[in-house]
Write a protein of this length. Structure first.
Length: 276
C-alpha cells in the first residue's frame, strides 16, 4: 500500500511536468508574439516638408566671427521626414510577406529603428549608429543590433544581410550645400545633427584671382546698394589695383572683414539669397 501510494503520486507528478512542458511549448510562440508586439516602439515626430529642405536648413544660419564659420542644425524632425519621404520611393526588394512599418532615427539615443512585419509577426529591430569623420569623408556604420530589447548576434545579422555592408561612406564635399563654405565637423546632438562649416578660402581665392578688377567693379555696385558692406571698400580698392592675388592676401582681407559682425551678417544674407 505504501509503495502503491508513492507510485501513484509519481505518475501524477510526471503527468503534471509533461503537461507543463507541453503547455510551455504551445504557449511559447504566443509569448514571443505578445512580447514583440508589446515591445514594438511607436514613433512620433513633427513632419516637415522636404521639398525645400536646403532652404530650411540655411534660412536661420548666422556667421560666428569667433569661429569663422556657421552651424547648420539638421533636426531629428527633418531627418525622419526625409526618411519617411524617401522610403516610399524606394524598392528595397523585400520578400512579399515582409513589409516595413516604420523607420526612425533617434538622435538622442544614437540608434536607428526599423519596425518590420513578417506575416502576422512584428519585428522591431534597432541598431546603434556610429559616425566617424576624416578630413575628406564621413562614414556611418551600424552595430549593436537588437530585436526589441534582445541583443542579436552579429553573425546572425551578417547571415540575414547576405554580405550587404553595414558601413556607408561619402565625401564631405558632397555635403557642401552652403556657397563659399566647407564642412569642418559633424556632431550628434540630442535633437539632431550639427554641421559646422568654415570659410572656404580656396574657393573664394579661385574666383577672385582671375579678374580682380572686374570683381572690384561688381563689389562696388553691391556696396552701393548695402551700406553695411562699406568696410569692404578697402578690399575693392586693393582688387582694382592688383593684377595678381595670393591666397594669403585673400585670407588676410577676409579675416579682417569677417571680424566685423555687421559685414559678416550682410554677406551671409547675400549668400543665402543667392546674390553672391
Amino acid at each position: 500500500m505504501y509503495n502503491d501510494y508513492y507510485e501513484i503520486s509519481f505518475k501524477k507528478i510526471l503527468k503534471w511536468i509533461l503537461a507543463i512542458i507541453i503547455l510551455v511549448i504551445l504557449l511559447s510562440p504566443v509569448a514571443v508574439i505578445t512580447y514583440l508586439n508589446v515591445n514594438t516602439p511607436v514613433f512620433s515626430y513633427k513632419y516637415i516638408s522636404t521639398q525645400n529642405l536646403m532652404q530650411q536648413l540655411t534660412s536661420s544660419v548666422e556667421f560666428n566671427s569667433a569661429t569663422k564659420g556657421i552651424t547648420v542644425r539638421v533636426t531629428s524632425d527633418m531627418i525622419n521626414s526625409y526618411i519617411d519621404d524617401e522610403i516610399k520611393k524606394m524598392d528595397l526588394g523585400l520578400p512579399e510577406k515582409i513589409e516595413i512599418l516604420d523607420v526612425h532615427v533617434d538622435t538622442q539615443q544614437g540608434r536607428a529603428f526599423v519596425n518590420l512585419k513578417a506575416y502576422f509577426l512584428k519585428l522591431p529591430i534597432s541598431a546603434a549608429i556610429t559616425l566617424k569623420q576624416t578630413d575628406t569623408t564621413v562614414t556611418i556604420s551600424f552595430s549593436g543590433f537588437k530585436l526589441a530589447d534582445l541583443p542579436l548576434k552579429q553573425e546572425w545579422v551578417d547571415k540575414f544581410l547576405k554580405g550587404q555592408k553595414l558601413t556607408y561612406s561619402m565625401r564631405l564635399s558632397e555635403l557642401d550645400v552652403v556657397p563659399y563654405f566647407k564642412i569642418k565637423s559633424i556632431n550628434w546632438k540630442a535633437n539632431g545633427i550639427d554641421v559646422f562649416y568654415e570659410v572656404d578660402y580656396q574657393q573664394i581665392y579661385n574666383q577672385l584671382r582671375r579678374r580682380p578688377d572686374r570683381i572690384a567693379a561688381e563689389l562696388t555696385q553691391i556696396i552701393e546698394k548695402n551700406q553695411a558692406l562699406a568696410p569692404m571698400l578697402d578690399l575693392v580698392t586693393y582688387l582694382a589695383n592688383t593684377d595678381e592675388l595670393t591666397l594669403n592676401e585673400i585670407k588676410y582681407y577676409l579675416d579682417m572683414l569677417l571680424e566685423n559682425q555687421q559685414v559678416a551678417d550682410a554677406l551671409i544674407d547675400m549668400v543665402k539669397s543667392g546674390q553672391l
